[in-house]
Design a protein around this ligand. Structure first.
Ligand SMILES: Cc1ncc(COP(=O)(O)O)c(C=O)c1O
Length: 369
C-alpha cells in the first residue's frame, strides 16, 4: 500500500515468517534456532524475532553481542546464541544477560573464566568446531581438551556444540558429507568422554532442507525463514512464502524530447519523445548502482535508464502510458500479474539474495503486516 507517507519502504509479512518457521519445524522434526543476525537479514530484528518465536523457534541466533543485547532490551527473554566473535568484555555482558556464546579457543575460554567468575548465572557456551569451513572453530585435535575445560569449569554451562557447512547449498553433497563425518567423529570422542551438551547443531537452511542426517538436535535456518531460496540448486519447497516486498513512489513523470540526457553523465539519451519517470529510491537505500535494473510500474516491468543516483533513479515509461506521479513502484514483490523476486535482483546484481536483503539501508522504513 502506498499511503503517501514514504518515498521508499519495505513491507514485511510477519505471518509469512511465522508460517515458514512452523513449516521448517514440521518438515525437520527438530527445534529451530531462527537466525536473525544482520537485522534479521534486513527484515528487522525485533519484529522478526517475535514472529519467529510465535512460529515455534526455540532459540535466536545472532552474529554479534550488540544484536543479542538489542533483543534483550526489547524484553525478548528466549535463549540467544552469539555465533560469531565475542570480545573479552562481550563475554562478561553475555553471561550477565543470559546470552550464550560460541567458543573455539583456549584463550577465549580463559578470558571467559576471568570475565564471568563473579556473575551469578552460569556462562553458557557452545563449542564451535571447524570441520571444513575454515572460518571459525576449534581444530579437530583441540576439540576434546576444550570440551574437558568447558565441562570442568565452575560457572560455565556446556550448552552446545556446533559446526557450519561450507557447501550445503550445492547438489553435490560430498563436501558436506566429509564435514559431517568429521563432526560425528569429534562428537563421538566428546560423548565417550562423558560430555553431552544439550544442543548439537550444524544445519543452515540448505542442510536442514536437503540433508536429514545433518539436523542433529537443532537446526539453524536463516534465509529460509524469510521465504528466500538457499540457492538455485537447493530451492525452497513451494509452501514457503517470501515475507519482504520493497516499494517506492514515482515522484515525477515527464515527456522528454529526442536527444535529452538522463541522470548523471547522460549515459542514457532519449531517441524520440520518451516518457521518463523518476523514482524516489537510490543507492543509499540499497538499490545497486549498476546497469540493467528493472522495476514494476502499472504491473509492467520497465527499465531503469541512466545512472542510479543516491536517492533517485529514472525509468523509461513508454510501455505504461497511464503512469502518474504518486504511483507505487515495486522493486521486489508483485504488482498485478508481474513480480520481481529477490533472487532475480541478485542475479542482475551478480550476487546472492542474502546480500540484496541485507543491503537494504537502515533509512528505508520497514512496515509490518
Ligand atoms: C553460523 C551460521 N549458522 C547458520 C546460518 C544461517 O544460514 P542460512 O541463512 O543459509 O540458513 C548462518 C548464516 O550465514 C551462519 O553463519
Amino acid at each position: 500500500m502506498n499511503d503517501n507517507s514514504h518515498s521508499t519502504w519495505v513491507t514485511v509479512d510477519l505471518g509469512a515468517i511465522e508460517n515458514n518457521i512452523a513449516l521448517l519445524a514440521n518438515l525437520t522434526g527438530v527445534p529451530v534456532m531462527a537466525v536473525v543476525k544482520a537485522n534479521a537479514y534486513g527484515h528487522g530484528i525485533i519484529p522478526v524475532s517475535g514472529a519467529a518465536l510465535r512460529g515455534g523457534a526455540e532459540l535466536l541466533g545472532v552474529a554479534r553481542l550488540e544484536e543479542a543485547l538489542e533483543l534483550r532490551a526489547a524484553q525478548i527473554a528466549s535463549p540467544i546464541l552469539v555465533m560469531g566473535y565475542a570480545t573479552e568484555s562481550d563475554l562478561r555482558e553475555a553471561a550477565a544477560n543470559d546470552i550464550s556464546v560460541a567458543i573455539w579457543s583456549k584463550k577465549q575460554l580463559e578470558s571467559l573464566f576471568m570475565a564471568t567468575g563473579d556473575i551469578q548465572n552460569p556462562a553458557k557456551v557452545h563449542l564451535k568446531i571447524d570441520t571444513g569451513m575454515s572460518r571459525l572453530g576449534a581444530q579437530n585435535e583441540d576439540a576434546l581438551s576444550l570440551a574437558r575445560q568447558i565441562d570442568a569449569a565452575d560457572h560455565v554451562l556446556f550448552e552446545g556444540i556446533f559446526t557450519h557447512y561450507a557447501r550445503a547449498d550445492e547438489i553435490d553433497q560430498s563436501s558436506v558429507e566429509g564435514q559431517e563425518r568429521e563432526f560425528l567423529e569429534i562428537l563421538d570422542r566428546i560423548n565417550s568422554a562423558g560430555f553431552n551438551p544439550h544442543y548439537v547443531h550444524a544445519a543452515n537452511s540448505a542442510a536442514s532442507l536437503s540433508l536429514p542426517e545433518s539436523r542433529f538436535s537443532l537446526i539453524r535456518p536463516g534465509i529460509s525463514i524469510y521465504g528466500l531460496h538457499p540457492s538455485h540448486q537447493v530451492p525452497l519447497p513451494g509452501d514457503f512464502q517470501a515475507a519482504l516486498e520493497w516499494k517506492a513512489v514515482l515522484s515525477q513523470v515527464k515527456v522528454l524530447p529526442p536527444g535529452s540526457g538522463v541522470s548523471y553523465g547522460h549515459e542514457y539519451i532519449t531517441q524520440k519523445d520518451e516518457r521518463i519517470g523518476t523514482i524516489a529510491v537510490g543507492y543509499a537505500d540499497g538499490f545497486r548502482r549498476v546497469g540493467g535494473n528493472e522495476v514494476l510500474v502499472g504491473g509492467k516491468r520497465v527499465p531503469v535508464v541512466g545512472r542510479v543516483c543516491m536517492d533517485q533513479v529514472c525509468v523509461q515509461l513508454d510501455e505504461v502510458p497511464g503512469a502518474r506521479a504518486g504511483d507505487e513502484v515495486v522493486i521486489i514483490g508483485s504488482q498485478g500479474a508481474s513480480s520481481i523476486t529477490a533472487e532475480q535482483v541478485a542475479e542482475r546484481w551478480g550476487t546472492i539474495n542474502y546480500e540484496v536483503v541485507c543491503g537494504l539501508a537502515a533509512r528505508v522504513p520497514r512496515i509490518y503486516t
